[in-house]
Ligand binder design. Sequence first.
Ligand code: ADP
Ligand code: MG
Length: 348
Amino acid sequence: MANSEGRTELEELGEFGLIQHLAKHVEIKNKSTALGIGDDAALINPGKKQLVLTTDMLVEGVHFDLTYTPLKHLGYKAVVVNISDVCAMNATSSQITVSIALSNRFSLEAIEELYAGIMLACKNYNVDLVGGDTTSSLSGLIISVTATGFADKKDMVLRSTAKEHDLMCVTGDLGGAYMGLQLLEREKTVFQADENMQPDLEGNDYILERQLKPEARTDIIKLFKELKVKPTSMIDISDGLSSEALHICHSSDVGCNIYEEKIPLDHQTIQMAHEFKIDPSICALSGGEDYELLFTVNQKDHDKIKGNPNITIIGHITSKAEGCQLIGKGDVVHELTAQGWDSLLKKN
Ligand code: ADP
Ligand code: MG
């Protein structure tokens, strides 16, 4: 099928041929998957659990740039961002559907790469691919993933239930994905100006991986069960710490104090931020795509999470009247604002 350049045109297979080809590699791992790919719809059996359902769409040129994003990584990330949303409900993900819109710019081999990433994420997170849709696109690639998850009703955690005096915590470290993106964008510009210039990405594996191959914190959901901690509220950090903290506070009708010096940052993030002359805290507060969890816990659970290397306490919940505040270095108080990364890019 493949021509001398190892490229198989999608029109040789047609839509059904492509779906059949992709479905060959799919195996079902979860009991709750009663029927997978092949019929008009999949069948899912939630048993007595609450069903969690979430979807996320990634659009070429808006959410990813194929000049530096390998298709395998893109497939992996498209799944992970959904699993991260399921985690943020304190649930475990079980099934996904994947819908793709493609132009004839993509060969079968390219789609196989994308699906290699999707299937790797399914394997790593014990999730079944149970369906999707395949259609054509006149411009770029669009990939939309829907994920299910299950949890006991009593374990569900919403954004809207944080209480005054709760501790505010984050997992992992923040700002890395944003600095990884800045680095990739810089090297792309250099390469576009002079094609003989090879990208200089040495020594920055961590922040590049944070951008290109993020992971969802399913380990933290397990940890909560082990520690017998149920967060009082939770959200995943896809748009920067400020924006997510404001979501929790607005939904819960409370305020918060976040201490800038407590925000966890990796040394590679700090180093790259200095190189770009950006304040590292700003990367954490306004950068995106870290896919860590921001959550609140009752103070009585402090001993259970204290000293855990995966969790950092960055502040606490206050009354709504006190507002949402960032306590900076030297105790300077700023109002927490969600800048998002657009404004961040404009400033620099
Ligand atoms: P329908 O015409 O009923 O929408 P399709 O021909 O689109 O059916 O799909 C046939 C089967 O293949 C369904 O089970 C569907 O969920 C699955 N499927 C279609 N596209 C994809 C895809 N890109 N990835 C995974 N499964 C897919
Ligand atoms: Mg269809």
